[in-house]
Design a protein around this ligand. Sequence first.
Ligand SMILES: NC(=O)c1ccc[n+]([C@@H]2O[C@H](COP(=O)([O-])OP(=O)(O)OC[C@H]3O[C@@H](n4cnc5c(N)ncnc54)[C@H](OP(=O)(O)O)[C@@H]3O)[C@@H](O)[C@H]2O)c1
Length: 252
Amino acid sequence: MTGAPELTGPAAQDLNSFPPGGLAVVAGSTGAIGAGIARQIEASGRFARVIGLSRSGSGGVPFDLTDEASIAAAALAVGEASKTAPLRLVFDATGMLHEGNIQPEKSWRQMDPAAIARVFAINTIGPALLMKHFLPLLAGEGKAVFATLSARVGSIGDNNLGGWYSYRAAKAALNQLVRSASIELARKRPESLCIALHPGTVESRLSEPFARSGLTVRPPREAARLLLQTIDNLSAAQTGSFHDAEGKEIVW
Ligand SMILES: NC(=O)c1ccc[n+]([C@@H]2O[C@H](COP(=O)([O-])OP(=O)(O)OC[C@H]3O[C@@H](n4cnc5c(N)ncnc54)[C@H](OP(=O)(O)O)[C@@H]3O)[C@@H](O)[C@H]2O)c1
């Protein structure tokens, strides 16, 4: 895929910890953070190719997190492409906080089974299926990373405010999936990592209704640069971890 040129701000992360010439996949490449990630991987020059996955399929491969057959078909296309360039990075930038009538709950009174199921379908089950179909495609030797965007509010140890019941719970469950998958991955691909990341508060459709004044809100480009820097700095010993965009570990 080709992104808009990067004209201002600090240079993209060089991603030198990855062997050169690999394949990268960005799931949710139409999202604010996902688009930034795809552009910066391309700008790094370290990867031979970046494939974007999105619901519209715009500029890449179509998929929907709620349709496993579409995820399997996307994995088949990526598997074909990985025959010429080994798959070294899968960045899952999908997720949902609000959609139509679904809004984060302020009280237990607002919990609705259909809304909770939808929040889990997008934030937990979809990424679990991405792990199922894409982890086996990661390169067998050299650094390879599956990273998924979780959220600090998914940390149970850090939950001092309450509220946002379903989103918090869905991201906490995602974190547990990452941890389990990292243990299985370590047995099969000891140089690979499976990690959860928190991007900070970033300008996007997702955060727009909730970005309170006084809160530091990052442009997606800056968030993407910091997230890729964090990935670049992590080694296989740190698989199964949860980090923020500054590279600090977050309590589960
Ligand atoms: N922004 C923040 O402040 C913030 C803070 C903490 C964590 N996060 C996390 O960061 C991630 C990215 O958020 P963002 O701010 O970049 O939001 P965004 O701009 O709304 O992007 C969300 C992405 O998820 C995709 N998506 C949603 N439902 C999907 C489905 N059923 N199938 C396939 N793709 C689907 C969207 O695709 P479409 O373009 O097709 O809708 C879009 O690419 C999320 O996991 C979010 O929880 C964000």
